[in-house]
Ligand binder design. Sequence first.
Ligand code: SAM
Length: 207
Amino acid sequence: MPANGKTFVVEHLDPELEEWSSLEYSSIAAECHDSGARFLLSSVPTSLKLPERLQQAQGLAVETRGIEEIYADQKDKVCLLDPAASKDLSPDDGDTFDIFLFGGILGDDPPRDRTSELRKKGYHGRRLGPVQMTTDTAVRVTRMVVQDRVAVDKIPYVDHPELKVSKNESTEMPFRYVIGKDGQPIMPEGMVDLIKHDSEKGLGDLL
Ligand code: SAM
């Protein structure tokens, strides 16, 4: 049992593991580890070889089984973070739920509602406000709400920030991010460089 009793589960829903997801998962692992929570990456295909960086991430447990099998006897303790849920997550939900479940999918614009793959399993659902977040942001916000007991609408956010990708070009990220102490959107280490690199190939292909 982790120090604060909370487990954050990302159910990996893609057959492959994109570099974007890999950076997001590394960042979730590091932050969960630092805050005494547990991070479980579930439903990882046996054929998928995780990059070295993720294999060595402290605080990350990897499971080939899916959420339904792992927590078959604790379904009522699982909360799915779902952009389509009718109720927003509240600090009191930290007293009700022990396991917080997220879709391990890259965001898309417009959103394709792939979280529905988890919704149809029948878990209690909570929303993190009306704007789509990246998976690492969704986990970060959930930790702030249930561990630090900050109301979801009191967290400082920036929506759809512009990122300068070259001297003359910038790209708009179609997500909501938490604002860090430096006033910038919090993104996983290496993400800005990856975005710059990928923008040369066309960001549209990746979303
Ligand atoms: N467009 C995506 C979809 O198809 O559902 C959203 C995916 S989002 C990048 C990855 C995960 O973060 C979602 O499956 C959900 O668990 C969580 N998430 C992101 N934004 C959220 C929000 N506003 N409310 C609740 N959960 C959210």
